[in-house]
Design a protein around this ligand. Sequence first.
Ligand code: AMP
Length: 111
Amino acid sequence: MTIFTKIIQREIPADIVYEDDLCLAFRDINAQAPTHVLIIPKEPISSLDALQSEHQELMGHLLLKVSEVAAELGLSNGYRITVNCGEEGGQSVDHLHIHLMGGRKLNWPPG
Ligand code: AMP
């Protein structure tokens, strides 16, 4: 079980900003921008590479929630989402998550 499943199950605390039957959004504990939220499926999918065709609707749901959460958090000047995948992609928690970052001018390309 990853730390994110423990957050979903309320075994460890998190600053939750959105929740529905399929997903949870909470503030990253090590924020890289003034607003940095993780949007995760409740289903414990390990990474983008673990997605199956049955997850198509779920992933669409997550992406639709991005702009809703961004608007709710006041990111009217723009924002960025990132999904790190695997070791070289910088993934450190093996539960699929979308980083939503905003509140400052973001550099491109990322490091
Ligand atoms: P990644 O490196 O893409 O796998 O992202 C994992 C993210 O989870 C990192 O940005 C961490 O700061 C964040 N994180 C780890 N533990 C927690 C936690 N308990 N609550 C909130 N965010 C966390």
